[in-house]
Design a protein around this ligand. Structure first.
Ligand code: PEP
Length: 252
C-alpha cells in the first residue's frame, strides 16, 4: 500500500510578531474548517509563536512546525532551543537544513545530522530541505549537490527515515519569484526518489513525501503538484497570507 502523503507546509521565517502570528494562524485554521484538503497542512512558525499558535489551531486539521532546533540536547548553549523544548510546545514538525540556515548560520551536513537525530528522538517529524544554488544549477551539478546533502539523513535506519519529509528547494527560486518549471522539479524529485530507493529500497522511496519549495504560489501550484514525484510544497512568502496559502492548499 502506498503511504505517501501530500503535504503543504508554510515557512513563515522571521516574520510576524506573536499577535500577528496568532491572527494569521487563526485565519488559516478558520479557512480549513470549510474544506477537506487533499493534503496535510502544516505551518512553520518562529519559536516564540509555537505555544500561542498551538492554542488557537485545530491540531486534527493543522500541523505545527518549528523552523529549526539545536544540535545539542540541553545545557550551556545560550539562546539555543532544543528539540525537546520544541516538542514540549505541542509542535509535531521541525524544518531543518533550510538553505538560509546553511548559508547564514553555517549549518553543515554533520551539524544537520545531529539536529535530525535529536528531532526524531523527541518525536518530531523533520521537513528536511535540500537544494542547489544558481552556480551549481548552471554547472549542472544539482544532482551531486542534493546527493551530498542527503548524507544528513541517509545515516538513519529505514524506520527512522519514515519520519523524514524531504523538501527540494532550489536556492535560486527561494523568494526570487523564479520558480523551477514543473518539469525541472519533476526531474530532480525523481532523481531524489531514485537515491532513496538505492539506499532504503523501492517501498521506502515510494512512501517518502518530497515537497517542492521556491516561489510556489496559487498560480503555479497546480502544475507543480500534478507531477507524479511532487508531493506538495514548502511555502515561504505565500504562506504569510491566509488566502494565498489556502490557494496553494486547495491546488491539490
Ligand atoms: C522557503 O523559504 O522555504 C521558500 C520556499 O520561500 P518562498 O516560497 O518565499 O520562495
Amino acid at each position: 500500500m502506498n503511504m505517501r502523503k501530500n503535504i503543504v507546509a508554510g515557512n513563515w521565517k522571521m516574520n510576524t510578531t506573536v499577535p500577528e502570528g496568532v491572527k494569521l494562524a487563526s485565519e488559516v485554521n478558520e479557512a480549513l474548517k470549510g474544506v477537506t484538503p487533499k493534503c496535510d497542512v502544516v505551518i512553520g512558525v518562529p519559536f516564540t509563536h509555537l505555544t500561542a499558535v498551538k492554542a488557537v489551531i485545530d491540531s486534527e486539521k493543522l500541523g505545527l512546525s518549528a523552523e529549526n532546533c539545536a544540535d545539542k540536547v540541553k545545557g550551556a548553549y545560550t539562546g539555543e532551543v532544543s528539540a525537546a523544548m520544541v516538542a514540549s510546545t505541542g509542535a509535531n514538525y521541525v524544518i531543518l537544513g533550510h538553505s538560509e540556515r546553511r548559508a547564514y548560520y553555517h549549518e553543515t551536513v554533520e551539524i544537520l545530522a545531529e539536529k535530525v537525530k535529536l528531532a526524531l528522538e523527541n518525536g518530531l517529524k523533520v521537513i528536511f530541505c535540500i537544494g542547489e544554488v544558481l552556480e551549481e544549477r548552471e554547472a549542472n551539478k544539482q544532482n551531486e549537490v542534493v546527493a551530498a546533502q542527503l548524507a544528513s539523513v541517509f545515516g538513519l535506519t529505514a524506520e527512522e527515515f519514515a519520519n523524514i519529509i524531504l523538501a527540494y528547494e532550489p536556492v535560486w527560486a527561494i523568494g526570487t519569484g523564479k520558480t523551477a518549471t514543473d518539469d525541472q522539479a519533476e526531474e530532480i524529485h525523481a532523481f531524489i526518489r531514485s537515491l532513496i530507493a538505492e539506499k532504503y529500497g523501492e517501498q521506502v522511496a515510494e512512501d517518502t513525501t518530497i515537497l517542492y519549495g521556491g516561489s510556489c504560489k496559487p498560480s503555479n501550484a497546480k502544475a507543480l503538484f500534478a507531477k507524479p514525484n511532487v508531493d506538495g510544497g514548502l511555502i515561504g512568502g505565500a504562506s504569510l497570507d491566509a488566502e494565498s496559502f489556502m490557494g496553494i492548499v486547495t491546488a491539490f
